[in-house]
Design a protein around this ligand. Sequence first.
Ligand SMILES: NC(=O)c1ccc[n+]([C@@H]2O[C@H](COP(=O)([O-])OP(=O)(O)OC[C@H]3O[C@@H](n4cnc5c(N)ncnc54)[C@H](OP(=O)(O)O)[C@@H]3O)[C@@H](O)[C@H]2O)c1
Length: 501
Amino acid sequence: MVTAGNNIQTADPSNIVIFGVTGDLSKRKLMPALVRMLCCGLVHDDSKILGVVNNRSEEVWLNLVREGMQQFSPEIIEDEEKWQRFKSRLIMVPGDLGDETTYQRVADALVTLDGKKNAMFYCAIPPEWYGTVTRGLHQAGLANEEEGYRRLVIEKPFGHNLASAQELNKELQSVFHENQIYRIDHYLGKESVQNLLVFRFANSIMEPLWNRNYIDHIQISTSETLGIEYRAKYYEKSGALRDMIQSHIMQMMTLVAMEPPVEFTADAVRDEKMKVLNAIRSIGPEQIKTDTVSAQYASGTVDGEHVPAYVSEENVSPESSTETFAAVRFYIDNWRWQGVPFILWTGKRLQEKVSEVMIRFRRPPFNLFNTHASIPAANALVFRLQPDGGIVFRLNAKKPGLTTDNETMVMRAPYADDTEEVADAYEILMHDVLIGDRTLFSRADEVETSWEIVEPILHAWENRVSIERYRAGTWDVPAMDALTRDCVGGWHKPTVHKKPA
Ligand SMILES: NC(=O)c1ccc[n+]([C@@H]2O[C@H](COP(=O)([O-])OP(=O)(O)OC[C@H]3O[C@@H](n4cnc5c(N)ncnc54)[C@H](OP(=O)(O)O)[C@@H]3O)[C@@H](O)[C@H]2O)c1
């Protein structure tokens, strides 16, 4: 839990309206984040949480909330006073999303706080409902900001391809102004991602190195040991490219590659991110073969347990060629990054669960010290996003003893030590919505442009008849070695640093 420090803006009291308050996201993330935010003052004490609930009595809903808290915020349930304080903020609004009267009930239930009816509408619902909810809010006059701010939060996926993303944006923007829409990407809410920005722009020694003159290539990755769990229905239609690269990983790429914004405000930052997306070289049919990799997990062993192949997972077609591993080599055609490969990759059922950004510098031009030894290893700067967020710098140093041979020295800077509190991404992002800061949210043009960039790959992959397989629990994707052959150090397979017991 984060504490509201000196430089944290206190939000005005608000009506926090959650559509889908009985779903998985609300239970695991939103309600625990809200309760912690209330306890530490990130949510104004007078705020109300309005849950739109279908086919359940208030008693049943409150029991559901309590059960969720028991699982995900047990410290609140163990403290009766805190639970009662949280419970007193909850208001149930009964209704089906498809019923117009639901939105009128929401309007009637909004509480006037400090003379205003500020409201944040959080859509924790299946994306096919976004349009209906937007229209419903409009018809009930709830997009109108005369009585207080009205902010709409939607969860990814923001469309399934370029056409559906454009359609969704059109629908949302026909009711809400773009500056009322908050497209949430919880990756950008992670403190370690924000640390990347601070590290880049608060250290003047970084800027001279941050370009094609010193950087050989960059790899941005998220690997998981888990399979698709219960998400087969969604994943079969999505695949790894849509699920991770088009959204989270491309967003991280824009933060790594963008020019310094003139100020740390929403549009200044997002304008710079957009320039990066606009400069990405388009991927033609030839590049699909040379610059992309797709693969799917076969059965294998993870943490000592046998796990099934993707095609044997529940609700997955045995003929499925959906990719559970995807990689793309992008080039950014601008002055800073010309010729520097950006390799974005992600996969499920790999050997380690790690998200990181790895900046690989060029090798020293020759070995000054020892003609028998090879040229020292290229330096690497790694931003570990999870687990154990922090920064690792790999440098070369002299081996101890009567020699000038070198060896790699690893400098680690954990993001936070064990005594420091790291805020959950949802706490940060919901607080940003409440104070009206859109910096960490995706703008419509960013979403559409990133779909435009990956669409040729999606089309090419749609028509494939077979797919490479890799053994679960391994890094057994040989095509990645080919993709990174010309990169110094090749494919960077992250390892998790085991803390001493
Ligand atoms: N779960 C995650 O960790 C996660 C992560 C990232 C993004 N997301 C996104 O967040 C959204 C919600 O995901 P989820 O996993 O929480 O889904 P979920 O568990 O299926 O929950 C969906 C919620 O929507 C409600 N709902 C559906 N149809 C309704 C209707 N006609 N009237 C009223 N309520 C209705 C459900 O109510 P009932 O309980 O009455 O069915 C439930 O509360 C999705 O867009 C998903 O892509 C989720």
